[in-house]
Every structure is written in C-alpha cells, then in structure tokens.
Design a protein around this ligand. Structure first.
Ligand SMILES: [Cu+2]
Length: 176
C-alpha cells in the first residue's frame, strides 16, 4: 500500500530536500575552507575571583599575568580580561603568520570579541574561559570589538591588536 502524493507536492519535496543539502554543503565547505567553526573549549572559572591568586584558575587572570607571553617552545598565548567597558590589556602586540592562543575571561557580564579580517569572533561568557587559537595573516593594527551588548558603554568597548612581523615581536618577559 502506498500513499498518494500529488506530483506537484512531490516536486516541491525534492526541491526543499535539494535546498537543504545545498545549504549544508555551503556551510561544510566554508567551515573547512576558512576554518569557520564554533569555539569548542569548555572550561569554568570563578569570574568574581579573577583578580585573586586563589580559586578556580589559580590566578591565571591576575593583572600581572595579563598580556602576551611566549613559552620556551615559542608558543604565543594572550591572556585577557573583558570587563565593562574594555579589554585588558587595551593594546596587545602579536606576531603574524603563527598560531596565537587567546584565553579570555569576563569579569562581569556577557561580552564578545571580534577582530576584523580574521576568523576571531567569540562570546566571552562569565564563568567560562573563552579559548581560541588563530593565525593572523594580515599585518597591521586592528580593533578588538565587543559584539555582545553589555551595557550603556558597549559602543565604546574596544581594544587594539598590533599584528607585526615575527622578527619585530617582543613578548612580555617574566611570564610562564
Ligand atoms: Cu559590549
């Protein structure tokens, strides 16, 4: 026994199925080509104790530990705090053409960070560490823009990233 499907309806069922497959194909293609994907790191932190040496995270986001550091293997990490209304530190300098790991925590409410002409775009949710690793191919100065409405000063919340050739990059000393 088969149910009757009107030929016109059948035609549209196949059309919709085709459109769905086409949309998925576009999403998968660009996810692979441009490395566009949702950030996957899930790591909790006590946002009210970022400034303290104790507690979850163990002082990773204390003021002295913020900024750009390089370990002995040459891996560059940026530690940042997002808080109404700015990114701390406000200016960072990183090398181009090599992977940069960002670890960002919010001190108060939901923020976002977007860097134009890169694939850096993530939410910074209080209580979680936002971790993204990306490589900047364009040298120059770019803003870090908060793209989640966080309060009356949201439109003024931005920082600056200086992307320099690798031989001009000098990490902050004294950070692990
Ligand atoms: Cu904001």
């Amino acid at each position: 026994m088969s149910i009757h499907i009107d030929p016109l309806e059948r035609k549209w069922m196949w059309t919709i199925a085709g459109l769905l497959v086409f949309s998925w194909a576009i999403i998968i293609y660009y996810a692979a080509k441009d490395n566009v994907n949702p950030p996957s790191n899930v790591e909790v932190i006590d946002s009210s104790k970022l400034h303290l040496a104790s507690g979850v995270g163990g002082g990773e986001f204390m003021e002295d530990n913020l900024g750009v550091s390089e370990d002995k293997n040459g891996n560059v990490t940026v530690h940042m705090v997002a808080a109404r209304y700015g990114f701390y530190p406000l200016h960072i300098t990183v090398p181009a053409h090599k992977p940069i790991k960002f670890r960002i925590a919010s001190f108060d409410v939901l923020h976002g960070v977007l860097i134009p002409f890169s694939n850096m775009n993530t939410m910074i949710v209080p209580g979680y560490v936002s971790q993204i690793t990306t490589t900047f191919e364009n040298e120059g100065d770019f803003p870090l823009i908060c793209n989640e409405y966080c309060g009356q000063g949201h439109a003024y919340m931005y920082g600056m990233i200086h992307i320099v050739p690798e031989d001009q990059f000098k990490p902050k000393m004294g950070v692990k």
